[in-house]
Ligand binder design. Structure first.
Ligand code: PEP
Ligand code: MG
Length: 567
């Protein structure tokens, strides 16, 4: 029978598929004791599990080829190491159950590897992975990490770290649903980049059984378990409406009366560029450079690797603007070489620009790599710093840019309320502002963006957030400088009109949202956007702001407001 669950839709689209749960870390098994006569059977179970894991790793190695094959085959050898297996059997013979014997035998090996010098110590993670795979088989629980599947599936998980999400294969993952994570969490952002429907903050997501058929509507946040034929038909209709929106809107961002609002794309690396170009992005409004380096958080990215990635992006937008954000590490995007590991509250700690100012060498390397990558290309390069708190931060960043010989515009992200309140002072040091509304909401409402239960407070329609956006936009306007939005707020078509009315000068979003925003903007005059902005700011709740803006946009132009604003 059909059951409907409701979370927060974060990535448009509808999809139906079979559930695969993300495996969580395998916990230490209890020390279950077995009678002596059960020992041969337990030893057989342990051997079979180890053999199956080795066979699986070898098969995946053959599929992957290249360097990955060598790594997976080395892991298969670990699973079948004769000494390790003999140790497991000895432990079972003295009365331990197979899973505990495996856990303890691997612990002994682990200690040896750790003491055997830097190279072998680096293999500890591989050994742990083999152990967890054998334990998962013995305990009958899903394998840790992403499911091994050749068939497409809908992924359900407690939460996804950005590093997991970056590994998702859009050909296999039809969509995903998480129990945790707010609408502005990085897993939601990466889902949008993948272009698959996604729902976050869905209570009970991890309890849905493997193999259940689910239909996910990433726009409304609805998840239907065992959808009825009627629901499937309705979802098919919604999907057709979406396709129609995608194909009808094209060209640059402009209101119905010709006010230009450049529509730019948020990207995490060169892989996102084709999607951005196909969706008609006029440039890049946020290049999250740290996403390039989350696969190896141990060492700073080399100069060559950076130059190559940046150049690929610059070449794709020869006449367009490309706004690059320098590494924004910390909180849910830790990079071991940059951010402290032991902070009590990393979202309020040494993250973003703060971490870079503590590691001037890393900042210098990145700025120089950007300068080299731009050589000889006509790209309009703009470089901005995340988490700027005040004028001193902005000054330090601008000086670092100048010292690195960067020929670009330098800017500051407005993600901390202090920066919005004192935007004019920050603009004495930099040439543009970009509103990071995800963090700005997190810090304005003291509501961690990772926590699904606080989704209400992370709603970008919150009037207090709109007030801060207006303060920053007014300051930029007074200084004759630009002020874009690159947080998820820009991806909501209705809110995009309100942001335009508040005075923001460009909107940047995941490519999948561009057609929707373009179409909505084209349907309203600038005067209507002003009215919608006024109406939203006059409301007391996010819901009321949304409703007031919708009413204002669908009503007639207010001649008094129009004349006053123009005058
Ligand atoms: C933001 O905070 O709004 C932003 C654009 O940066 P990120 O989401 O990467 O923190
Ligand atoms: Mg941010």
């Amino acid at each position: 029978m059909e059951t409907t669950l409701r979370g927060v839709g974060v990535s448009h689209g509808v999809v139906t598929g079979t559930v695969r749960q993300m495996g969580t870390a395998v916990l230490e098994p209890p020390d279950r004791r077995i009678p002596a006569e059960d020992a041969p059977r337990e030893q057989g179970r342990a051997r079979q599990a180890a053999d199956a894991v080795a066979a699986d790793l070898n098969a995946r190695g053959t599929l992957a080829g290249g360097e990955a094959q060598a790594v997976l085959e080395a892991q298969a050898l670990m699973a079948q190491d004769p000494e390790l297996l003999a140790d497991v059997e000895r432990r079972i013979a003295v009365g331990h159950a197979a899973e505990r014997a495996v856990f303890d035998a691997f612990a002994g090996y682990r200690a040896l590897l750790e003491q055997a010098g830097e190279y072998l110590a680096g293999r500890v993670a591989d050994l742990d992975d083999v152990r967890d795979r054998i334990l998962a088989r013995l305990l009958g629980v899903p394998m840790p990490g992403l499911p091994d599947s050749d068939e497409p599936y809908v992924l359900l998980a407690r939460d996804l770290a950005p590093a997991d999400t970056a590994l998702l294969d859009p050909a296999l993952v039809l969509g995903f649903v998480t129990e945790q994570g707010g609408p502005t969490s990085h897993s939601a952002i990466l889902a949008r980049a993948l272009g698959v429907p996604a729902v976050v903050a869905l209570p009970g997501a991890t309890e849905v059984a493997e193999g259940t058929v689910v239909a996910v509507d990433g726009g409304t946040g609805e998840v239907f378990l065992d959808p009825s034929p009627r629901t499937r038909t309705e979802l098919g209709r919604r999907s057709a409406v979406r396709e129609a929106a995608l194909t009808t809107a094209s060209g640059p961002g402009v209101t119905a009366d010709g006010h230009r609002v450049p529509l730019l794309a948020n990207i995490g690396g060169p892989a996102d560029v084709p999607g951005a170009v196909a969706a008609g992005a006029e440039g890049v409004g946020l290049f999250r450079t740290e996403f390039l380096f989350l696969d190896d958080s141990k060492q700073a990215p080399s100069d060559e690797r950076q130059v190559e990635a940046y150049r690929q992006v610059f070449e794709a937008f020869p006449a367009g603007r490309v706004v690059v954000r320098v590494l924004d590490a910390g909180a849910d995007k830790p990079l071991d070489f940059l951010t402290p590991a032991d902070e009590p509250n990393p979202a309020l700690g040494v993250r973003g620009l703060r971490a870079l100012l503590d590691h001037p060498d890393v900042l210098r390397t990145q700025l120089r790599a950007l300068a080299s990558a731009a050589v000889g290309l006509p790209v309009h390069l703009e470089v901005m710093a995340p988490m700027v708190a005040d004028r001193a931060d902005a000054k330090a960043f601008a000086e670092a840019c100048r010292e690195a010989g960067l020929r670009a515009k330098f800017g500051a992200m407005v993600e901390i309320p202090s920066a919005a309140l004192r935007a004019r002072s920050i603009l004495q040091e930099v040439e543009f502002l970009s509103l990071g509304t995800n963090d700005l909401a997190q810090y304005t409402f003291a509501a961690d963006r990772q926590v699904g239960a606080l989704a209400r407070l992370q709603d970008p329609w919150q009037p207090a957030l709109l007030d801060l956006i207006a303060a920053a936009a007014d300051a930029a306007n007074a200084e004759g400088k630009s002020c874009g939005v690159c947080g998820e707020a820009a991806a909501d078509p209705l809110l995009a009109c309100v942001l335009t009315g508040l005075g923001v000068t460009s909107l940047s979003m995941g490519a999948a949202s561009l057609p929707y925003v373009r179409a909505e903007l084209a349907g309203h005059t600038l005067a209507k956007c002003w009215q919608a902005a006024d109406a939203a700011r006059a409301a007391d709740t996010a819901e009321a702001a949304r409703a007031a803006a919708r009413t204002a946009l669908s009503g007639a132009d207010d001649p008094v407001r129009t004349a006053a604003a123009r005058g």
